[in-house]
Ligand binder design. Sequence first.
Ligand code: ADP
Length: 486
Amino acid sequence: VGDEHVSVTGVPTGLFIGGSWRPASGGATFDVRDPSTGAVLASVADATAEDGLRALDAAAAAQEDWAATAPRRRSDLLRRAFDLVHEHTDDIAAIMTLEMGKPLAESRGEVVYGAEFLRWFSEEAVRIGGDYRTTPEGTGRGIVLKRPVGPVYAITPWNFPLAMATRKIAPALAAGCTVVLKPADLTPLTTLFLVELFRRAGLPDGVLNVVPSSDAKALSAPIIEDRRLRKLTFTGSTPVGSALLKQAADSVLKTSMELGGNAPLLVFDDADLDRAVDAAVQAKFRNVGEACTAANRFFVQEGIADAFTAALTEKVRAFRIGRGTEDGTDIGPLIDGRAVDKAAGLVDDAVARGAQLVTGGERVDREGTFYAPTVLDDVQPGSDILTTEIFGPVVSITRFATEEEGIRLANDTEYGLVAYAFTEDVRRGQRLAERLETGMLGWNTGVVSNAAFPFGGVKSSGLGREGSHEGLEEYLETVYVLTPDP
Ligand code: ADP
């Protein structure tokens, strides 16, 4: 799969509905491009609204049998998929790098991370619990049981094409729900290959269906309106998530929403400088900054600010920019030209408002959609970069004096997905855990994502959690049964 001339072979390019690959009704396709060159990698079937409803037909038809399938068998399917994903690490990493741009080493890292959801939920599938209790009055017995929510519609973004899919598919299938999945049109190939691996792992017909489409809205609206659908799970931008919530409201559809972030990264005077710098590089530059968890606003205490900025800048200046497929690349292309325009606009605005440009601050003069890794110091209040998710390789530093001020700055955002804080003071760390308005906190670390822990945000960053046992609960209904005292 994939060579330097950007051909991708052996990856399915159809819709997967009811257990077979097929073209779109009407036969339309759309192109998938390599962001490092602009070359077309593949043409993928472009699902229409009618195709979307056929996929829901298949999911609805398979729901009852899948819910009745023994948990151990559901678990075994996920485990076989986990093994197949690992066996195809290099293939998946190549596809991901070609369609998304991130360096191959990072794509391999995503394969490991994304596969963990398959393993974790294969283990959870057989541990779906319940409860049996005497009522407080002693006159009855209450039974609480769990059952699958029902057919799920999952919409995923382009920035983590594998992990965002496994994070939804694995708990849904573990719980006994069937799925219709719409991958991002910029990066459908990784998902299509994942589904092919599921097919090879023995996926029953209709349990998982995939409908790539260039018109997400036209495809999605009829699926969301359909009363057979019982759950919508979405990862993407806050405006789209909010629009989807409005549509879901009509049928009081259950939803999980992983939306945007505006992560603060706080460095206190008592931080371990080397650790903070290394972790900050990860928190900012992993995925070329194209992550909802990317550190967006650096707040650095005055006593350590000069040393931190100098050490970080030295690392940033040493980055190698290149195609993700080239050895030694640290910084690949951004996903498209719009992403480059956005990063450039935010940097220009910050500089116009008084920020100091320490390094970078320009587009890279080569084919593809590259922006230079950038460090801005003394970013001023009112700059757009403080309120906008950058989604690019740009560090924005603001200095602060006291812990109180640091916390106030960190919380001054509508978002609350993740925060990072560097301090060797345990009690300060505890205060931050209690006072930062965030769903997740990296305390002296720059990456928090882990299939075994609940990922998700507060405020406008979303609803619900993915990963851990909480991630399974999102796909389960609670049923309470009361019987009299026997
Ligand atoms: P990003 O800005 O990261 O591309 P989006 O929120 O636009 O994030 O996209 C995330 C996912 O949501 C993609 O799969 C995209 O196709 C899909 N999407 C975008 N707009 C809509 C919509 N109106 N209805 C349903 N899905 C949508």
